[in-house]
Ligand binder design. Structure first.
Ligand SMILES: NC(=O)c1ccc[n+]([C@@H]2O[C@H](COP(=O)([O-])OP(=O)(O)OC[C@H]3O[C@@H](n4cnc5c(N)ncnc54)[C@H](OP(=O)(O)O)[C@@H]3O)[C@@H](O)[C@H]2O)c1
Length: 268
């Protein structure tokens, strides 16, 4: 797909990876609407993006609610006059042992990371079909491919989103709407501020702009997926498939340090 002139909605485009994708898409000549719940952060993002391109707007809404999704889509359709690309990027995480994660935290992750992208995609599909060159980009996580301990719910919802995308891609094949799945590794964004896990635990962070550049490249090639993390991640994915017990042993050795490092990791 060529992004020039394309009408794009990016949920959670006010920060981190979504903001970097907005910036990169605007540079390619796309028209973009970004979203987020916090109006001050959204306004700051739009002010920053407007310095480089005029075709940017934003709406403050919570995609984890039915009302917020309706407001998000209505705003984008009105501002853009249709929709070619939906980027399901808004997301949240709470790390920690399952027994220590509250029911509210678990439900929040399920709502924002899984229910929201499924329901928003469903609502956006008529407009994406009308485009005849439509695209859904789902931002999942490397954890959907190799699930680290202390992220059971997050791994579950991100893995669910990845499989949702795979099925939908096949369902829509030949019907003018493509689906691409993105698996970022640890990325230096506000979401990671409360995590102390660093390179020693396998959480080497890359800038959000690197993820965005890879997303743009993937879109240009009509790729099915974009997996970050390079060779190290590729080896772990292979090991997880071929010898999961070896990976269990590696995580077992890291468990005490990892538990401590991600104890306060929360961004919901
Ligand atoms: N950073 C990483 O290491 C990493 C790794 C793998 C995958 N990811 C995924 O990448 C995506 C972007 O994360 P990020 O790291 O860029 O985080 P971020 O900087 O915290 O940005 C998250 C964005 O989503 C918005 N958002 C969160 N909940 C929302 C809701 N209910 N409704 C509307 N907007 C909402 C946030 O704005 P408000 O808070 O104002 O609503 C913000 O704009 C997420 O899906 C995340 O799971 C991140």
């Amino acid at each position: 797909m060529k992004l020039t002139g394309k009408r794009v909605l990016i949920t959670g485009g006010s920060s981190g990876i979504g903001l970097a994708i907005a910036e990169a898409m605007l540079a390619k000549g796309a028209r973009v609407v970004v979203t987020g719940r916090r109006t001050d952060i959204l306004k700051a993002a739009i002010d920053r993006l407007r310095k480089a391109a005029s075709s940017i707007d934003g709406v403050a809404a919570d995609v984890a609610t039915e009302k917020g999704r309706a407001a998000t889509l209505a705003f984008a359709l009105e501002k853009l006059g249709g929709l070619d690309v939906l980027v399901n990027n808004a997301g949240g995480v709470r790390a920690g042992r399952l027994e220590e994660t509250t029911a509210d935290e678990i439900r929040s992750m399920i709502e924002v990371d899984l229910v929201a992208p499924i329901m928003l995609t469903r609502a956006a599909l008529p407009a994406l079909r009308e485009s005849k060159d439509g695209l859904v980009v789902n931002i999942t996580s490397g954890i959907a491919l190799v699930a680290a301990p202390f992220y059971a719910t997050y791994a579950g919802v991100k893995g669910g989103l990845a499989k949702f995308g795979e099925s939908l891609r096949r369902e829509l094949k030949g019907e003018g709407v493509h689906v691409m799945t993105v698996y970022p590794g640890a990325t230096d964004t506000p979401m990671m501020q409360t995590s102390k896990a660093g390179p020693e635990l396998g959480f080497t962070r890359e800038p959000a702009s690197a993820v965005a550049d890879a997303v743009i490249e993937g879109i240009g090639k009509d790729a099915f997926e974009v997996i970050r993390g390079g060779e190290a991640r590729a080896r772990m994915i292979a090991l997880n498939r071929d010898d999961p017990a070896a990976l269990d042993k590696r995580f077992s050795d890291l468990k005490p340090a990892l538990a401590e490092a991600v104890r306060d990791h929360s961004a919901l």
